[in-house]
Ligand binder design. Sequence first.
Ligand SMILES: C[S@@+](CC[C@H](N)C(=O)[O-])C[C@H]1O[C@@H](n2cnc3c(N)ncnc32)[C@H](O)[C@@H]1O
Length: 216
Amino acid sequence: MLVDGQGVSLVRDGMRLKGDLERMARRIRPDALGRELLVRAARIKGGSESLTAVDATAGLGEDALLLAAAGFSVTLCERDPVIAALLRDSLDRAAASAVLARAVERMRLVEGDSVDVLHRLDASPDVVLLDPMFPGGKRAAAKKKLQLIQTLEAPCDDEGKLVAAAMAAGPRKVVIKRPAKGPWLAGIEPDYSLCGKAVRYDCLVAPCYGRHRGAC
Ligand SMILES: C[S@@+](CC[C@H](N)C(=O)[O-])C[C@H]1O[C@@H](n2cnc3c(N)ncnc32)[C@H](O)[C@@H]1O
């Protein structure tokens, strides 16, 4: 880890990784946000003003920022201490940005394993987002940032536990980010999916909120 005037970075194998939520500024503009596949996947019909989400695999917080900009109060869970330190530094810097500050105010980082955190929540969130690392493929090769994160974290080996904890937290919807052609997380068939070129969002809807089957 390197701490300098520009914040906290991870430096390894000639690569340098620093959280940079500022580069998301264009994507959270009101005219762009509604086109984000994640925002569409997390949308709650008839949702109230005070929707809540848990990003159970926060990483560098980019997906959580999209949800916060869309109006969710987001609890970000990150279990890797190095990634959590990068994320905290990035959130601190983003809080000082005129463009990001309002969304960042709705983001709260909890360091720890989300399987435990989800069990200890005081109230059920509206949405739980899961984006665990998937085994290396085209996407991983394309993104240096992901390669560096992968040196810290092995692909997810507790898929079943993660989905079970997300469902047990009682959300209206669990949204799971996957590679466009990747397998379902823990082999669980979603109620419906939203597909983009590179990623797919599989949605599991709580029965009382009306499950329906649908595919890309
Ligand atoms: C692919 S990255 C997520 C990227 C994130 N969606 C973003 O927008 O930056 C997966 C992250 O989830 C974290 N993670 C995986 N399993 C976790 C768990 N059970 N609890 C907390 N964090 C977890 C990993 O440490 C890693 O930082």
